[in-house]
Design a protein around this ligand. Structure first.
Ligand SMILES: C[S@@+](CC[C@H](N)C(=O)[O-])C[C@H]1O[C@@H](n2cnc3c(N)ncnc32)[C@H](O)[C@@H]1O
Length: 202
């Protein structure tokens, strides 16, 4: 395994470098359509946090559905693309592990393919942070790559992989009621992801 002192910083540096190329591929509105619809069907209000928003595909959708969206990411290049895609949305450069939001700020938190870039040691505290900013009864979506262990891919992107049981344990330990937890093939068929839909209990 490659030794890197800060795998998240290294990952963000790489995302900044190929942000345009990533956006060309992933701004396809068909990607994640089923997941967005299921999330919307469980959303008890309009305030949504898109945590690790990337170039803004889902922020654009939720805004079009009438939600008041806040998008956060650590990649400035992605934030620039997202801001020009959806000027109405408030985007900020912020770490989803420690956000600046007050408790109970959002009716929904959407974290699509972002928690998987955070080392396992910070997985639970990051889930708890996402739950902290969620209103009781609020809706959470988290997706990660299915697999064993951790490591960098050929592009220099760090992944912490998860199994279903680990995601179930994270959800329970974070005070969540699971609505749906399952493995799904990625939009392009290149990987298997785990989708977790949950509700904040207390
Ligand atoms: C695979 S991309 C997914 C982007 C977007 N959610 C989507 O589905 O297209 C992962 C995103 O997570 C962001 N990210 C990684 N670690 C983060 C952190 N600690 N805080 C905020 N964003 C982070 C990356 O910059 C990147 O935009």
């Amino acid at each position: 395994m490659r030794l890197v002192s800060d795998p998240v910083a290294e990952t963000i540096r790489r995302y900044d470098e190929f942000a345009e190329e990533y956006a060309d591929r992933w701004l396809n509105p068909a990607a994640m359509a089923e997941q967005r619809d299921f999330f919307m069907s469980n959303l008890p209000g309009s305030r949504v946090l898109d945590a690790g928003c990337g170039p803004g595909r889902d922020a654009k959708f939720f805004t079009a559905m009438g939600c008041a969206v806040t998008g956060i990411d650590l990649s400035s290049a992605f934030l620039d693309i997202a801001q020009s895609l959806v000027p109405r949305v408030s985007f900020a450069r912020m770490d989803m592990c420690h956000t600046a939001f007050a408790n109970d700020s959002f009716h929904g938190v959407w974290a699509c393919a972002s928690l998987m870039h955070i080392p396992h040691g910070q997985g639970l505290s990051t889930m708890k942070e996402l739950v902290r900013v969620l209103l009781p009864g609020g809706s959470l979506y988290v997706s990660v790559k299915e697999g064993e262990g951790r490591g960098f891919d050929e592009r220099g992107i760090f992944y912490a992989y998860y199994h279903l049981e680990e995601m179930a344990r994270l959800a329970e330990a974070s005070g969540l009621e699971v609505l749906r937890l399952k493995e799904v093939p990625s939009h392009t068929g290149h990987a298997v992801f785990i989708d977790l839909f949950a509700r904040r209990v207390g």
